[in-house]
Design a protein around this ligand. Structure first.
Ligand code: LIP
Length: 268
């Protein structure tokens, strides 16, 4: 089944690459710099159709097209969680990375994940209990401590208040590692951590579709993903995300991200 899902992701990647030079029909969503394009919607429609052929009984949750609510019963049986283009703002500017992401939940917990980056032709995938792969090669997260790692972060650009607090946590992490980078694609960041390139990724608020696939890929690569308080994710909706490599999880020396999240919540 995972091979069929990978094929669907690759076909979605072709649609994304073919968009360049075309009118993207960019629309604004809530908050600032929060966009959706004709191609986010087009790719989600394509994937919904193709994935239904693979698992006809599956339910669907996706960032676009009014499919973004986790509904009663979605934690029973098969549920696809789709981010058709994760890194939409990057896509609008033709700035890699932007990926298509397909998570597959079974009875409310991740079963499989596929993340495909069409510009670099990087296919990341995992099935629970069967390891994580990049272009067919087994991958493992880094064993290095925080002090020997490059870290990745993101901050919801559509909330300047969140951005300010996120930058303060980033500054604390910056002083304890080789540097913090922000790529603009959550699922890509999780795959960079799973493949050992980065030591981890943190962001104060993400949709389920931003981490459902990459979170499983990271865990199958030996990493760990929790919320900012170090608690397991609910896998039922938005959450803060703190994803770290095996080495940083073992070291247990990441700053207290929960204290920063509490400050944001107090200001909301
Ligand atoms: C994006 C995430 C990114 C976050 C952005 C946005 P989208 O997802 O991948 O990490 O900082 O605010 O949520 O909207 O491009 O699918």
């Amino acid at each position: 089944m995972i091979e069929k899902i990978e094929r669907a992701a690759r076909e979605a990647g072709s649609i994304i690459l073919a968009a360049h030079g075309e009118d993207l029909h960019i629309e604004n969503k809530e908050g600032r710099a929060n966009f959706v394009t004709l191609y986010d919607k087009k790719v989600q429609d394509f994937l919904t159709t193709r994935l239904k052929e693979i698992l006809p009984d599956a339910k669907f949750l996706g960032e676009e097209n009014g499919m973004d609510a986790f509904l009663p019963g979605d934690d029973e049986g098969w549920l696809f969680v789709i981010d058709p283009i994760d890194g939409t703002t990057n896509f609008i500017h033709n700035l890699h990375p932007y990926v298509t992401s397909i998570g597959l939940m079974k009875d409310g917990v991740p079963y499989a994940g596929v993340v495909y980056a069409p510009v670099t032709d990087q296919m990341f995938c995992a099935v629970r209990g069967q390891g994580a792969y990049e272009n067919g090669r087994r991958i493992h997260s880094s064993g290095a401590p925080l002090s020997d790692s490059v870290m990745l972060s993101g901050s919801a650009g559509f909330s300047m208040q969140a951005y300010q607090i996120a930058q303060e946590l980033t500054r604390e992490v910056q002083g304890r590692c080789h540097g913090v980078r922000s790529t603009g694609s959550a699922e890509y960041n999780l795959c960079m951590t799973a493949s050992g390139r980065s030591g981890g990724y943190f962001e104060m608020r993400l949709g389920l579709w931003d981490f459902a696939a990459g979170g499983l890929i990271l865990e199958e690569a030996g990493g760990r993903m929790t919320d900012y308080y170090g608690k397991p994710l609910s896998w039922r909706g938005p959450s803060s995300v703190l994803a770290v490599s095996e080495g940083i999880a073992r070291e247990g020396a990441f700053p207290d991200a929960g204290a920063y999240l509490d400050r944001w919540k107090a200001k909301e």
